[in-house]
Write a protein that binds this ligand. Structure first.
Ligand code: AMP
Length: 116
């Protein structure tokens, strides 16, 4: 187990205290420690999955739940109408720094269009 993976595992095991804003049987959500927008929340599976490369059909429920929870949190934070961005970074070219699968929920201000 490396340190980067440890950070999110320690959050789940409450060894690192953070503001957990949502948790159910499959996923946990908490505020990003270094927010890149006014709302920046991370949604992670409760079981360790290293990257998006490591998912299989057994993870379908978890992956679906991550999106569902992102949508629910966006509504709760009242950013659903203005809009928001969901990001999953994978490995080095994807800028993944914590090797524990996580989904970023970013909102609260106009994002930069990275595709044009
Ligand atoms: P990524 O670059 O996709 O791997 O994103 C990792 C994210 O984890 C970054 O946005 C970090 O700011 C965030 N992060 C790192 N450590 C913590 C922590 N202890 N609590 C909350 N977020 C963290």
């Amino acid at each position: 187990m490396n340190n980067k993976k440890n950070i999110f595992q320690q959050i789940l095991s409450k060894k690192i205290i953070t503001n957990i804003i949502y948790q159910d049987d499959l996923v946990t959500a908490f505020n990003d420690i270094k927010p890149q927008s006014p709302i920046h929340i991370l949604i992670i599976p409760n079981i360790f999955i290293q990257t998006l490369n490591n998912i299989n059909h057994k993870h379908e429920l978890i992956l679906g739940r991550m999106l569902l929870v992102a949508s629910k949190i966006a509504k709760k934070k009242k950013i659903h109408k203005s809009g928001y961005r969901i990001v999953i970074n994978c490995n080095v070219h994807g800028c993944q720094t914590i090797f524990y699968l996580h989904m970023h929920l970013l909102g609260g201000r106009q994002g930069v269009n990275i595709f044009f």
